[in-house]
Design a protein around this ligand. Structure first.
Ligand code: SF4
Length: 331
């Protein structure tokens, strides 16, 4: 930044935790705090809870819950029979799982608490309904992402995953095939619009889902960061590299900045580099849906140390979405 004038920080609002992430983290915390059960597990030398995959894609959240006793596993076969027999709960992450994983858990008699975000579950239900009605489903998503793996797993032979507009040419369907489009919840709204146009050109009869599958939190954060980018000459997005919505936010911010500047993604303040801010007068800041606001606070503090002392906020919408805890915990 220039030395003559204090620099500005432009904060995006909404940013950070969405209702699905909030619910997933609270699910694990509720189990960890469930007194007698937790004490019994510890006395038997077992953890109070297992979580399959990262509960949400944020390394700080995972480290924090691990420090409180949660044990994260990649696959269910890492959970010993002894823990299953003792009824130690196994939480499925916010991104959802395929029916195959549910079947494995049922076969082993696991005590499952499903923290899949209700908006992801909605897409699973749509797959099942459209397959029942004889459709082939074109699903825009990121290959290998937990959410996409779970959704495609509902019907691998009828769900055709594509990632980019350029993939549309690889699809072959005749006009007699009923086609419908579904998407991952955390895509870039603008980029997806381009892919949808290409699909409509190639398959004019393709049907759109009743409501967009890109969730409210993803679109709200992208709209806010677009405005923030317009008023900034550099943008910092707080979020982990494996967080789809954080990476999309960075891409949307970069598009908004154009040639004027660069967008960066950091896990936390320790990854900031003061050289990024040479000649920068205003830094935009936002965070992905899985990011605790303390991490944004840390970034703001570090930027203030670099001379960005004025802080303003651009608020585009007030979010009121809230999801109740999974049924297994309410019973
Ligand atoms: S980003 Fe959207 S779909 Fe994903 S957990 Fe949050 S609310 Fe649910």
């Amino acid at each position: 930044m220039t030395n003559e004038q204090p620099g500005r920080i432009v904060l995006a609002d909404p940013r950070g935790f969405c209702a699905g992430v909030d619910r997933a983290i609270l699910t694990v915390q509720t189990i960890l705090r469930s007194g007698a059960d937790t004490d019994r597990a510890r006395a038997a030398g077992l953890p109070p809870v297992y979580v399959r995959r990262q509960i949400v894609h944020n390394k700080h959240v995972v480290e924090d819950l691990s420090a409180q006793g949660a044990v994260f596993v990649q696959e269910l076969d890492e959970i010993p029979d002894e823990a299953v027999a003792a009824g130690i709960p196994v939480v499925f992450s916010a991104h959802g799982v395929s029916p195959e994983i549910k079947a494995e858990a049922a076969r082993r008699g696991m005590h499952v608490v499903d923290a899949t975000c209700p908006l992801v579950s909605k897409v699973h239900r749509e797959v099942l309904r459209f397959v029942r009605e004889g459709y082939e489903i074109i699903y825009i998503g990121h290959r290998g992402h937990d959410e996409a793996v779970g959704v495609v797993g509902e019907s691998p032979e009828h769900v055709h995953l594509i990632e980019h507009e350029s993939d549309v040419d690889t699809l072959e369907f005749g006009e007699s095939t009923k086609l419908v489009l579904l998407t991952q919840t955390t895509l870039s709204v603008d980029e997806t619009a381009g892919t949808i146009e290409a699909l409509k050109r190639r398959f004019p009869w393709i049907e759109m889902p009743p409501n967009s599958d890109i969730c409210y939190a993803t679109s709200n954060r992208q709209s806010a960061v677009k405005l923030v980018a317009e008023q900034s000459d550099c943008v910092v997005i707080v979020g982990s590299a494996n967080s789809s919505n954080s990476v999309r936010l960075m891409e949307v911010a970069q598009e908004g900045l154009g040639e004027r500047g660069r967008a960066y993604r950091v896990d936390d303040a320790s990854e900031l580099d003061s050289a990024w801010f040479d000649g920068v007068a205003a830094v935009g800041v936002s965070s992905g849906a899985s990011v605790p606001d303390e991490l944004v606070g840390g970034v703001v503090e570090a930027l203030q140390g670099f001379g960005f002392t004025e802080v303003s906020t651009i608020e585009t919408i007030k979010e009121t979405m809230h999801f109740v805890l999974p049924a297994e915990l309410r019973r």
